[in-house]
Design a protein around this ligand. Structure first.
Ligand code: ZN
Length: 160
């Protein structure tokens, strides 16, 4: 009945790519990082594409900026709403560009370079018709860039 109930019964569409949604904290993407090459990856590969060494799992955060997007008006797969949107998001902390679903309820609001925040919620269903938890980016309309007191990530990049 409630969204919370539905969320408990739904399963994540792909395991291991997102964390922080189960306990109500901030959802964050899980990727990889090669310290030797200073290269980020999403999703986390088993080895670095550059040096072929093992890659460490890395928290990629849940914030980014919209680089490009498109709205798809054709009949959608897997119970996604019609229309729905996908885009490229530049992640704030790593600078990695990822391709992902965008919040379908915000289709009229997408603008290039707008801040986005990762959400994990029930969206569509899986191949057997069961509701699915999917990570997607929503507009991050918080005016928090001006002065941020509690920086939970600790991975801020500072110029000087
Ligand atoms: Zn490497």
């Amino acid at each position: 009945m409630s969204e919370t109930t539905e969320l408990k019964h739904a399963t994540l569409v792909t395991e291991g790519i997102v964390t922080g949604y189960e306990d109500g904290s901030r959802p964050r993407l899980v990727g990889g990082y090669c310290p030797d090459c200073a290269r980020w990856y999403f999703p986390c590969p088993s080895y670095c594409r550059s040096c072929l060494e093992p890659v460490q799992a890395a928290d990629l955060g849940g914030e980014g900026k919209l680089h490009a997007f498109t709205v798809i008006r054709m009949r959608p797969p897997l119970g996604l709403p019609q229309p729905y949107a996908v885009g490229y998001v530049d992640l704030k902390e790593s600078g990695l560009r990822v391709f992902c679903l965008l919040d379908p309820s915000a289709i009229d609001r997408y603008r290039l370079d707008m801040p986005l925040r990762l959400t994990v919620s029930v969206l569509g269903h899986d191949g057997s018709g069961q509701p699915c938890l999917r990570p997607y980016f929503s507009p991050g309309d918080h005016h928090e860039d001006a002065e941020k007191e509690t920086d939970t990530g600790g991975g801020e990049v500072r110029d000087e």
